[in-house]
Design a protein around this ligand. Structure first.
Ligand code: HEC
Length: 219
């Protein structure tokens, strides 16, 4: 009977050791890069509403001073190395591209992949554009998207909002009322750096490799 009891105690001890070892792997991964990733992704909450309320949508200040306002509030995900890539996915997932087109090249909604802004360019202004919506057709996504997702979209929109290189071709509408339309290559739908894929426009309109400038007689 004694030896039976000892066997039971032995089995119990073995189980405790195995469970403890497994738990230590789960609870203490220990490796430095994972610890860094946790720090980078640590933002999970709301920016206090009071801070956002002090972000102006205009640059016109009474007396010329923005004192008391907070025009430069930063994206809390600014140091998250993956935020831009996640924002690029969000941009398609939540159908921003349905209006702003692939790479936010511009469609029914204005181009966001340029350096021109209707409602100012700060991180918080872009956040508010998305959360509150804007009058001429921009829906208010604040009730649908978590705070964190909106900041990811802000990171993405900011990453693509550069002035196009001088070599980039602008197509000008035949209608003089309509401004130049900027385009990015639709084949690069996954990129977060669309301007890297632009090609210089040859002076005669022909691409190297030959062929007439417009091979499609229908156009
Ligand atoms: C139904 C079409 C539509 C959808 C969907 C849409 N937008 Fe817009 N967006 C617009 C229009 C139109 C404007 C310009 C509004 C205005 O001038 O008042 C705009 C404006 C903006 C602006 C301000 C641009 C500036 O120059 O200041 C940002 C930023 C923006 N949208 C981002 C987004 C993001 C991110 C999404 C997806 C979550 C999105 N939009 C979804 C139509 C849309």
């Amino acid at each position: 009977m004694d030896s039976f009891r000892w066997t039971i105690v032995g089995i119990a001890a073995a189980i405790v050791i195995v469970v403890a070892a497994a738990l230590s792997f789960i609870l203490m991964p220990g490796a430095a890069p994972q610890a860094d990733a946790r720090v980078a992704n640590s933002y999970s909450g709301m920016v206090p509403a009071g801070q956002l309320l002090r972000v102006p949508v205009t640059g016109i200040y009474p007396g010329g001073s923005p004192a008391g306002l907070n025009p430069d509030m930063k994206n809390p995900l600014a140091h998250d190395p993956d935020a831009v890539a996640r924002g690029a996915k969000d941009f398609d997932t939540f159908n921003c591209s349905g209006c702003h087109m692939a790479h936010a090249g511009g469609g029914m909604g204005p181009a966001l992949s340029d350096a021109a802004w209707l409602y100012r360019s700060s991180d918080a202004n872009i956040y508010l554009d998305i959360a509150q919506g804007r009058g001429a057709g921009m829906p208010a996504f604040g009730a649908m998207l978590p705070d964190r997702t909106i900041w990811e979209l802000v990171a993405y929109v900011r990453s693509i909002s550069e002035k196009p290189p001088a070599t980039f071709g602008a197509t000008t509408s035949a209608n003089p009322q309509s401004p130049d339309i900027e385009q990015v290559p639709a084949g690069k739908i996954d990129t977060t750096t669309p301007w890297k894929f632009t090609e210089p426009m040859p002076p005669n309109g022909e691409k190297s490799g030959g062929g007439p400038p417009n091979a499609n007689p229908g156009n």
